[in-house]
Design a binder for this molecule. Structure first.
Ligand code: ADP
Length: 621
């Protein structure tokens, strides 16, 4: 901003200049009229002073009428010498034959008796009219006034001659000049004084303007504290008031826009979604914390200025134009390459002005990793279920086909085939029952029959059943195994659903037997911590490879599919066990060394009762 205004550019100077110019013009006009009038007046007065009295004219006319020229000339010169007028330079008398008869100027006496050549005299003699003219004598730089008056003989009204008067005008003009000079000096002094006055006055007028200028500069810099002094109720006073008002309004607007921005900042930084904003060319201008986190970037400077399609790594699929034009509003971005293994949903919306001009782009990033994972798992689950059911169904069909093709007549093969069909059907029914109970648990519709059970007693009871199966030795094909028990002596009362808990232990025990060699030892333990009971079942079987430990409780997961299927497994037993234990508020986990054996642990929440509580209750009874 040009804060240094040159003096000649300022309003102050312009006002003073106009003021002085008007004054000069006025003085000029007044002076011109005045000088003209003065000149006219002075000249008139002068002309009157040099007029010859009428008796002089008469006596001159009389002398000219005389026939004695010599005497008459003498008389004429006598009369002329008697005319005592300092203003007159020369008086000449000429008769009607244009001969000079007398002069008041002694130097010009030689002209007497000579014929005059003066045109004015000739014209006067001819016209009988007086004649005046102003002359300028170059030889002595003097202005003269010349007056030629005809002389008339009163008796017969004949023109007898003329009087030629010559008077210097220098005294008149020097007088006029003197007065003009005085007038001019007075005018000059007036102009100088009024110039000073004009500058002072215009300075006073423009001082508030200067103040207002400074205040507006302060407002522009964002300093709102100042106030312009309101010095009156004129236009400038009102302008000053308006500027003060403006300053307050601007401050308010600034404050509200600041607080709006702060609010927006805090909303952005606390948003659970990532937000990126770009300019028209798709270069990132704003990033919030969540966006940094989702994109796995530490510093926002790493993103600012970069193209959004590079930041989101979608340059191969989309162009900035597509995003800005709104052709591609939503997309799923897999960030697994970038290291933080997230799947993001990106929603793009162009920032449009009222005119329709797109000035940028806003991208909202939402973490959909878990949804996507669930979706994937759901699809996987459906495909697993169909696969698991198709395998037994295919084998059932082929056996039934074989039977209907004639095998039913073969007494040896037919019962075998029918057994397989029955086994497969049983397995399918088991699997469907398992799936149903899992889906009930997923939907949260499973009802738990909770009761306080002495877990020590219950665990012993379940294991006794397994011991009985061995003792009975009903099935000669079944494996042999020994169960060892290391239990705490204490009664541990835990709130559980007995049926469901029994199902879990059955499942783990069956697995331990299934995946153990013949004659293996199964070690069971029961102990308590201060708020949990922990059960464990260890076998000396195949063990589980380390890489599969994390997936052992997944639905349909089996380390060795073929083996499990051969043994009638569904791959859902551990998944159901985990759901049940979780519903009871406990945890289930596994520890295994491949080739050595596995240990399954179950922990359940437990509140140890104080003996005294019972005593108190008993005494109360
Ligand atoms: P399945 O019906 O196949 O036994 P589970 O869900 O009960 O289904 O078990 C899942 C898988 O975990 C089994 O297929 C098996 O590979 C593995 N597994 C379970 N228990 C044991 C164990 N005690 N020793 C070795 N592997 C086991």
């Amino acid at each position: 901003m040009n804060s240094k205004l040159k003096f000649y550019q300022s309003i102050r100077f312009k006002i003073a200049l106009v003021f002085v110019l008007i004054l000069m013009l006025t003085l000029e006009c007044v002076g011109a009229v005045f000088v003209r009038q003065l000149e006219h007046q002075n000249l008139n007065t002068f002309k009157q002073t040099i007029e010859l009295p009428s008796y002089v004219d008469n006596s001159l006319a009389e002398q000219l009428s005389r026939s004695n020229t010599k005497k008459a000339n003498k008389q004429i010169n006598q009369i002329l010498s008697e005319v005592n007028n300092n203003n007159i330079s020369e008086i000449r008398v000429v008769d009607n034959k244009s001969i000079v008869r007398g002069t008041s100027n002694a130097d010009n006496r030689s002209a007497i008796g000579q014929k005059t050549t003066d045109q004015a005299i000739k014209a006067t003699l001819l016209n009988n009219r007086s004649h005046t003219e102003n002359l300028y004598d170059n030889s002595n730089h003097t202005r003269y006034y010349v007056n030629v008056i005809p002389l008339v003989d009163n008796s017969n009204n004949n023109v007898v001659g003329a009087v030629y008067l010559r008077a210097s005008l220098e005294s008149v003009y020097s007088n006029i000049n003197n007065i003009t000079l005085v007038y001019l000096s007075a005018a000059m002094i007036t102009i100088v004084l009024s110039l000073i006055l004009a500058i002072i006055i215009s300075q006073e007028i423009t001082r508030p303007i200067e103040e207002m200028r400074k205040q507006t500069l302060r407002i522009a810099r964002g300093v709102y504290s100042g106030q312009v002094k309101v010095l009156g109720n004129d236009e400038l006073g009102q302008l000053a008031g308006a500027i003060n008002n403006l300053s307050v309004r601007v401050e308010e607007a600034q404050e509200s826009s600041d607080s709006e921005r702060r609010r927006l900042d805090s909303i952005l930084s606390h948003m659970s979604d990532g937000v990126l904003a770009t300019d028209r060319r798709g270069n990132v201008t704003i990033v919030n914390n969540m966006a940094l986190q989702l994109l796995g970037v530490e510093n926002e400077d790493d993103l600012i200025g970069k193209s959004i399609i590079d930041v989101l790594d979608i340059r191969h699929e989309y162009t900035v134009r597509q995003l800005v034009n709104g052709e591609q509003r939503e997309m799923i971005i897999d960030m697994s390459n970038s290291g933080n293994n997230l799947i993001l949903n990106a929603y793009f919306s162009p920032i449009q002005r009222e005119s329709g001009f797109v000035s940028g782009l806003v991208c909202v990033l939402h973490d959909v990793t878990s949804q996507q994972k669930e979706e994937r798992e759901r699809k996987q689950f459906v495909s697993n279920v169909s696969h698991e059911l198709r395998t037994p169904l295919t084998s059932v069909r082929s056996y039934v086909e074989a039977l209907s093709d004639g095998a039913w007549q073969d007494k040896k093969i037919a019962p075998k085939f029918l057994r397989v069909v029955q086994d497969e059907t049983d397995r399918m029914i088991r699997m469907i029952n398992d799936l149903l109970s899992l889906s009930r648990m997923d939907a949260g519709t499973t009802k738990l029959n909770l009761e306080y059970v002495n877990i020590n007693e219950l665990f012993n009871y379940i294991l006794d059943r397994f011991d009985m199966i061995i003792k009975k030795g009903e099935d000669p094909k079944k494996k042999k195994y020994t169960i060892e028990r290391y239990f705490t002596k204490k009664d541990l009362w835990v709130e559980i659903d007995t049926d469901k808990f029994t199902q879990v232990i059955d499942n783990i025990m069956n697995n331990a037997i299934k995946y153990s060699p013949d004659g293996g030892v199964i070690t069971t333990r029961l102990l308590e911590t201060h708020n949990h009971v922990i059960l464990s079942i260890s076998d000396q079987g195949l063990g589980i490879p380390r890489k599969d430990l994390g997936r052992i409780f997944d639905r349909f997961f089996r380390v060795d599919k073929a083996r499990s299927r051969k043994q009638g497994g569904t791959g859902l037993g551990l998944a159901i066990s985990k759901e049940v234990i979780n519903m009871l508020g406990g945890q289930i986990w596994v520890d295994s060394v491949e080739g050595k054996g596995s240990t399954f642990y179950i922990s359940l929440p437990y509140v140890p009762y104080e003996e005294e509580d019972w005593d108190d209750e008993e005494t109360e009874k």
